[in-house]
Design a protein around this ligand. Structure first.
Ligand SMILES: [Zn+2]
Length: 259
């Protein structure tokens, strides 16, 4: 499904909410007749239950609040697709399992679009540019995870960005663990070629600066930023469009793939 359709479905949900920032999900649930939202010990992140005419949304209790909020938005997207408004959504899939996967992906996209409206991203971009600061501010304001916020920044600003978290392997090597989904044409491990020293400086905060890095087989030019937030360390990459090199056929930037 194309981005504009996802955005308009999300806008439809947002229109059901009482006017508040961040988006008031409980009021949308109320409009769908959800009688209870509860945190329970389940294996999946969330589920919709209908018993005796009641709609109950269950969220996995041991997930963090941002994750539960995202899951709640995902379940609201399911309710929208099940409603009359959702009947106009066409999902093309070859098999029942492909259809299921497609619906799940669609609900994730609608959830992200619902929680992080384009206007909020654009407004913040005015102050921050496409930086880690933008991702952090967006995550804070919308109460989303940094990974979800980075994925959304990538979508809205048309700048391919990758947010990674720095960790140490058992052998003491520095590893970059991707937190955001990224455009399909940018899959693979992230490596910094030109400035390995920047990575060892992961203890300090490094302002955005030009750098070369590799994502999968692609050599890219862009900006790199190293930031800390509490005990966590992040490396943020923003790819320069002009220097990006040839695109993969059908490499639609809005077409996000999971890692
Ligand atoms: Zn689902």
């Amino acid at each position: 499904m194309k981005r504009p359709e996802v955005e308009s479905l999300a806008a439809e949900l947002r229109a059901m909410a009482v006017n508040a920032r961040p988006v008031h999900l409980y009021s949308i649930a109320g409009k769908f007749g959800v009688s209870e939202i509860r945190n329970v010990a389940i294996l999946e992140d969330g589920r919709l239950r209908r018993d005796h005419g009641r709609i109950v949304i269950e969220l996995r209790a041991d997930r963090n609040p941002q994750r539960r909020r995202f899951t709640l938005a995902h379940e609201l997207a399911h309710l929208l697709l099940d409603s009359t408004a959702g009947q106009y959504v066409t999902i093309r899939a070859r098999s029942a399992s492909a259809r299921h996967a497609e619906v799940e992906r669609l609900c994730d996209s609608i959830a992200a679009a619902l929680l992080m409206p384009p206007s909020v991203v654009e407004e913040l971009e005015q102050s921050y540019g496409v930086t880690f600061g933008l991702v952090e501010a967006l995550a804070t304001i919308t109460r989303c995870s940094l990974g979800a916020a980075a994925t959304r920044v990538c979508e809205i600003t048309d700048t391919p960005v990758v947010l990674t978290e720095v960790s140490r392997s058992r052998t003491g090597d520095i590893e970059l663990r991707p937190l955001s989904r990224r455009p399909r044409h940018l899959s693979g491990n992230v490596r910094i070629d030109s400035d390995q020293a920047a990575l060892t400086a992961a203890r300090i905060n490094l302002d955005p600066r030009p750098a070369q890095f590799r994502i999968g087989s692609r050599q890219l030019h862009g900006r790199i930023e190293i930031r800390s937030s509490g005990p966590r360390r992040f490396v943020f990459f923003a790819v320069d469009n002009e220097a990006q090199g040839p695109r993969v056929a059908n490499g639609d930037k809005s077409d996000l793939a999971a890692d």
